[in-house]
Design a protein around this ligand. Structure first.
Ligand SMILES: [Zn+2]
Length: 95
């Protein structure tokens, strides 16, 4: 899988680093403005209890998929030589 990604260039989804992933309820989307860094677990208004890190990773994944779904992923070509090789290999007649 990883190798195929490498061959085709990389698609990168950037999630805004100010996105409040820990504070946002992954169930209902409510943002807990009261959440402190020391709070490892918290309970949302909707009744859902969250582990801070698990909740944050769910939110980052969801946000990433949302951005990806909008077609906003950046296709990143790492080196110019890779790009040229790819352009060559796409030509139907090479012989
Ligand atoms: Zn909630």
């Amino acid at each position: 899988m990883v190798q195929k990604w490498e061959q085709n260039g990389k698609e990168l989804v950037q999630v805004n680093r100010f996105y409040p992933s820990s504070k946002t309820c992954s169930s209902c989307g409510w943002i807990n403005q009261e959440l402190k860094l020391s709070d490892r677990k918290w309970t949302c208004k909707c009744g859902e209890t969250h582990d801070r890190d698990i909740n944050a990773s769910i939110n980052i994944l969801k946000e990433g998929l949302k951005i990806y779904g909008k077609g906003l992923a950046i296709t990143k070509v790492e080196r110019k030589s890779d790009f040229n090789n790819e352009a060559h290999s796409m030509k139907p007649e090479t012989h």
